[in-house]
Ligand binder design. Structure first.
Ligand SMILES: C[S@@+](CC[C@H](N)C(=O)[O-])C[C@H]1O[C@@H](n2cnc3c(N)ncnc32)[C@H](O)[C@@H]1O
Length: 388
């Protein structure tokens, strides 16, 4: 089906668009409101216009075949609520419907956090698909884990693809490889959130947990990595921003244009908010060459929880039993991504806080891990600083 002209709304640093470009499509228009993100787009997509606000984008260029929108998640809860109270307050996502209502692109791709399926007891998702069905679109969505693309980051995201002319099932459900076998993962590095530890810690073998955008002021919320056989004092480290870019499938230094020279600059937030590049590349490849949908479809009862994959149109909603791993692309191990010579150790204060939380948590921890946390506190500070 060849190459598509893409317009990317809420483009961030262009994870979707870079992936689509790698699959042979071409980005013709970008829209992004946050200055640091727009500066990355301007540098990385030279010659592509970057419109500053979706609310003032009057229409899509005629040439656009594929409209992408990884809209802000908090906006969805507002939109869902607005739908419930009669639509008096429209959210940003409404501008996507305004734009496609004016000129229907061949394809629409929405992307968001997996939590979108539970948000507002599923009402937010119901709102989206009802809007699409009303506009005559057939839609399909699927939760995918970025690890299918080979990056060592557990990241579950919803991809929702819709069209009035084409069948999104032949794209989204054409591949299903099942969960990755345990043998794909090594046991020489483990990711976790050292800022957590009480109710959960995001533990992942040979991967980091989902990278986060952090706070609006750009305070980095970096995961930690336990490297059991590293030197004492270097066993608990944090990936650098460049490592983090690679964990999202970008080239090292991709967000450099947003570097304002401050340590807590916007690069962490930009990278944490992005779509993993390989996820969009896979989708882009399948858009050019759709296959036969796998998985069986069963009608979803009205009001039932949203499953991890489904499709629908005016005739109803159907759940599909496919995994979160369309493919098993060659796995890159966490220690092969993280430059351990440049990685900073978790601070003594951070490690003490984390250890304190593990003492009161009801979670079970690997005793070797806890022994290394204690050793890290001792090596990076004074022995007295280990909480009792
Ligand atoms: C979840 S992020 C999208 C990330 C993107 N898909 C990527 O790969 O980097 C949502 C983006 O919407 C942008 N945004 C928020 N309000 C906007 C508006 N009114 N117009 C355009 N972009 C907006 C935010 O600045 C943010 O970068």
């Amino acid at each position: 089906m060849g190459s598509f002209a893409v317009a990317g709304l809420f483009a961030g640093i262009g994870g979707i668009e870079l992936g689509l470009d790698r699959a042979g499509h071409r980005t013709e228009l970008l829209c992004e409101a946050w200055e640091p993100a727009a500066s990355v787009l301007a540098e990385r997509f030279p010659g592509v216009p970057v419109h500053p606000d979706v609310r003032t984008l009057r229409s899509l260029p005629r040439s656009v075949d594929l409209l992408t929108a990884g809209f802000p998640c908090q906006d969805l809860s507002q939109a869902g609520m607005a739908a419930g109270i009669g639509g008096s307050q429209s959210g940003l996502v409404d501008h996507v419907f305004r734009l496609i209502g004016r000129r229907h692109p061949r394809w629409l791709l929405l992307e968001n956090v997996q939590f979108m399926l539970q948000l507002d007891r599923g009402r937010a998702m119901s709102f989206l698909v009802a809007e699409l069905s009303d506009l005559g679109y057939r839609w399909a969505y699927r939760v995918v884990d970025s690890r299918f693309t080979g990056v060592p980051q557990r990241r579950r995201r919803v991809l929702l693809l819709a069209s009035r002319a084409e069948d999104p099932r032949a794209v989204l459900f054409a591949d299903d490889a099942g969960e990755r076998p345990e043998s794909d993962y090594r046991s020489d590095a483990f990711g976790f959130y050292w800022t957590e530890g009480l109710k959960g810690l995001g533990w992942a073998r040979d991967a980091v947990p989902t990278l986060k955008g952090g706070s609006t002021v750009g305070i980095p919320s970096s995961p930690g990595i336990w490297v059991p056989d590293a030197e004492p004092g270097q066993k608990l480290i944090m990936p650098s921003i460049e490592d983090t870019e690679v964990l999202q499938g970008f080239p090292r230094g991709w967000t450099q244009p947003a570097d304002l020279g401050r340590r807590n600059g916007p690069r962490w937030k930009l990278t944490g908010n992005a779509v993993t590049v390989g996820v969009a590349r896979w989708l882009g490849e399948r858009l050019s060459s759709p296959g036969s949908p796998s998985g069986t479809s069963l009608r979803r009862e009205e009001g039932a929880p949203w499953p991890s994959a489904a499709w629908g149109d005016r005739s109803g909603v159907f759940r599909v039993d496919v995994s979160e791993y369309p493919r098993h692309e060659s796995y890159v191990h966490l220690r092969d991504v993280v430059d351990e010579t440049a990685a900073r150790p978790i601070t003594n204060r951070g490690a003490r806080g984390f250890y304190g939380r593990t003492l009161s948590a009801k979670l079970r921890f690997d005793p070797k891990f806890i022994a290394d946390v204690v050793q890290h506190i001792e090596v990076t500070g004074s022995v007295e600083s280990v909480p009792a």
